[in-house]
Write a protein that binds this ligand. Structure first.
Ligand code: PLP
Length: 444
């Protein structure tokens, strides 16, 4: 189809999606695609959810929009209350925006304003990790460590420090325990703080389970706790970016619940609106909110569509679905089945180096050599081949090529809807295995 829309690639003309049904998307030619990655970990309820349909109709009949400079709205207030009721300890306020990058931008600006308000205006630096993606707006892009997304925008990005990721498959040394490994990489934060001068740093940001840059890589036990301790020791705010891994994706409403570590700020998006509306949120500690409330009384930020009633209504319906259908339990159960099925089918594959993740958030890393973990030559663009072959076969998955530290292999991220059935998991794994084999055969 040719038209005037300007999307991602100027070379590819994608099929027109016309309908969604459960875990499937359907194009204008009637072809069905199993949504094995929920787009980009968005469509957690699948594509034709009736509660969402009704909730959006009902909200539209009452109120579509009211600017937050004048009003709050019932769905936005309700959503904030519901999120805080379930939030990690200490998070007490919610700032509603329209997506993940906006939530991260708000977190960075709020961190800065917080320190200005409490008289520590020398703090302006952010530390993040090399293996991370925090969004595409300039502040979020600067925080992210995803080199190929950043490279041409370098002059526009504020300087951010990046430390090592927590990436056990690649970095844990022979004989090193998980705990010792977690401590070693977390302590890079301490080293970096000392290098920069701890009083100049305002925040450390990380994804508890890394999504887009490396395919569902969870932190090892103890890592996030150590990071929390280091931040506390130096008065640095800890931001967890759960835009991709939050909202039930790992089998817990917030991914960090499993690690039992609470941040000072937490971002969510994607699954919050489940694709039915664009929405993101920044959850903020009582201490940060109070500093602003008792100081200037005004967060110097904002967007026209923040706190949008339609988006909030969608998110409330998503939360109701998760609660009433016990979808967190479903994510844990089906996540285990997905993991088992991937291991049965691909665990001995000569080019599958690692299968990892939590809940319905799983990653498969491909390597040329299993013994040495040597990645495929990036010039082969194996991930792009897998994506194309899977798509031809009617499977949507999220393959990526890695260049972080020059070592990361190609990987495939899987994040299917929470309602995926056993048969659909079998179809997913079958089509993925076929695409991997076809791509490798074509690349050799
Ligand atoms: N943070 C993380 C961890 C993400 O995975 C993403 C998107 O993939 C973002 C932020 C940016 O979100 P959005 O694309 O909604 O702006």
């Amino acid at each position: 189809m040719t038209g005037h829309i300007f999307g991602r690639s100027t070379r590819i003309s994608p099929p027109v999606a016309v309908a969604g049904e459960g875990c499937y998307l359907i194009d204008a030619g009637g072809k069905r695609y199993l949504d094995g990655s929920g787009g980009a970990a968005v469509s957690c309820l699948g594509h034709s959810n009736q509660r969402l349909r009704q909730a959006l109709h009902a909200q539209l009949d009452r109120l579509a929009y009211a600017h937050t400079g004048f009003f709050t709205s019932e769905p936005a207030e309700t959503l904030a209350d519901r999120l805080i009721a379930k939030a990690p300890e200490g998070l007490e306020r919610v700032y509603l925006v329209s997506g993940g990058s906006e939530a991260v931008e708000a977190a960075i600006k709020l961190a800065r304003q917080y320190f200005v308000e409490i008289g520590q205006s020398q703090r302006h630096r952010v530390i993040a990790r090399r293996q991370s993606y925090h969004g595409n707006t300039l502040g979020a892009l600067a925080a992210g460590g995803n080199e190929w997304r950043r490279v041409q925008f370098g002059p526009l990005l504020v300087e951010t420090s990046h430390i090592a990721p927590c990436y056990e498959y690649r970095d844990r040394q022979e004989g090193e325990s998980l705990e010792a490994y977690g401590r070693r990489v977390a302590d890079e934060l301490e080293t970096e703080l000392q290098r920069l001068g701890p009083d100049s740093v305002m925040a450390f940001i990380c994804e508890p389970v890394v999504g887009a840059t490396s395919g569902a890589v969870p932190a090892v036990p103890g890592y996030l706790r150590r990071i929390r301790e280091i931040c506390d020791r130096h008065g640095v705010l800890l931001i967890f970016d759960e835009v991709m891994c939050g909202m039930g994706r790992t089998g817990h409403l917030f991914a960090c619940d499993e690690d039992r570590v609470a941040p000072d700020m937490l971002t969510i998006a994607k699954g919050l609106g489940a694709g039915y509306q664009p929405i993101g949120a920044l959850l903020v500690s009582g201490a940060i909110y109070d500093a602003i409330a008792q100081g200037s009384g005004f967060f110097q930020h904002g967007h026209t569509y923040m706190g949008h009633p339609m988006a909030a209504a969608a998110a409330n319906a998503v939360l109701s679905e998760i609660e009433e259908r016990d979808l967190l339990a479903a994510v844990r159960r089906q996540g285990e089945l997905l993991d088992r099925s991937l291991r049965e089918r691909l665990g001995q594959h000569p080019h599958v180096g690692d299968i990892r993740g939590r809940g319905l958030f799983r990653g498969v890393e491909l390597v040329e050599d299993r013994g040495t973990k040597r990645p495929f030559d990036p010039a082969l663009r194996l991930h792009a081949r897998i994506k194309a072959l899977a798509f031809d076969a009617g499977l949507i998955c999220y393959p990526m090529g890695g260049t972080i530290d020059g070592r990361l292999g190609d990987h495939v991220l899987l994040a299917p809807p929470f309602i995926i059935s056993d048969a659909e998991i079998a179809e997913l794994v079958d089509k993925l295995a076929g695409a991997i084999d076809g791509a490798i055969a074509g690349a050799q």
